[in-house]
Design a protein around this ligand. Structure first.
Ligand code: ADP
Length: 294
């Protein structure tokens, strides 16, 4: 079982030729509501990749709450520990211009009320074989969750914020993209960033988009980092590539794969996802990942 402690947001996406300036009103071309949030996305990615997944988090008492819960349950994720709390659910208000440029306002809502996983959530995390966390919840809540897991804790440090030692002390594997790796370590060069990360956590993966990933482990790669290239595919939408990668990586590691094989499995899942539009809509099922690798 893989536990995920993280955010569930409803993405409210408006498509428009040009985003309005302050005080301006424009007419958009389309609007969609799409269940998202990094936590929920990683949970769906892991479930699709073949994992048994339990999600710990919160939604609000508004109409989005049941929709977010239903989307996770529909993907096969256990939502027993997804609490409903007073007030609104988390939302991301997204404006996408025809150029592809976007601007986003996240209002944490229910996610922002969490101070920890709660007693039952903590028990579910302790009983699982791995914990995935990201940083779209209050830091104190993420630290509390990471501390109750004896099993491997995998941190996606997004959005990039300063990382307290209390958190990193409880993390086994950190998976930033290269921008996050630079923000955390101050190094532009991914190899240097990886080395700096390994001074703080036992294992690290820096994802490099179409250039693949760099992996290092204090014990697993004594000879220096391992580069796993991305699969050469034609990307149409890289939204949630990183979340797809992490969800699939957690599944492969839980199944006991060697680091190189687990990274290859996760890269295949991400390569499949970038060939389709959307976040959870693009995440591949296990059969598709296995077929791609065969
Ligand atoms: P994020 O989505 O967090 O910014 P990246 O862009 O680094 O993360 O992508 C995560 C992983 O997804 C990459 O390491 C790679 O394996 C895969 N990926 C991303 N973009 C592509 C691409 N254009 N072609 C193939 N694989 C890709």
């Amino acid at each position: 079982m893989i536990s995920v402690f993280g955010s569930a947001n409803m993405d409210l996406v408006a498509y428009v030729a040009k985003a309005p300036g302050l005080g301006e009103t424009v007419t958009g071309r389309a609007f969609r509501t799409v269940p998202g949030g990094k936590g929920a996305n990683q949970a769906v990615a892991a479930a699709r990749a073949g994992g048994r997944v339990v999600f710990v988090g919160a939604v609000g008492e508004d109409a989005f709450g049941p929709e977010l819960r239903g989307a996770l349950a529909g993907a096969g994720v256990d939502v027993t520990h997804l609490r409903t709390v007073p007030g609104p659910s988390g939302i991301a208000h997204i404006v996408v211009e025809d150029s592809g440029a976007n601007s986003i306002i996240v209002v944490p809502g229910a996610n922002g009320t969490l101070t920890g996983p709660g007693e039952a959530g903590a028990a579910a995390i302790a009983a699982a074989g791995a914990l995935l966390v990201q940083l779209e919840l209050p830091m104190e809540a993420v630290i509390a969750a990471a501390r109750c897991a004896d099993t491997p804790v995998i941190l996606t440090p997004a959005p990039a914020v300063p990382l307290p030692a209390e958190l990193l002390d409880a993390v086994d594997l950190i998976v930033p993209n290269e921008h996050e790796a630079t923000a955390i370590t101050g190094h532009d060069d991914p190899r240097r960033a990886l080395c700096a990360l390994l001074e703080r956590v036992p294992e690290a993966v820096v994802t490099l988009g179409a250039r693949g990933v760099l992996y290092g482990g204090r014990e697993t790669t004594p000879g220096g980092p391992l580069h796993v290239p991305a699969f050469p595919v034609t990307a149409v939408d890289t939204t949630a590539a990183g979340d797809t990668f992490v969800g699939a990586l957690a599944v492969a590691r839980a199944e006991g794969g060697e680091p190189a094989a687990a990274l290859r499995f996760a890269s295949a899942a991400a390569a499949l996802s970038v060939q389709r539009e959307g976040a959870t809509t693009s995440m591949p099922h296990r059969a598709a990942i296995d077929a791609f690798l065969a």
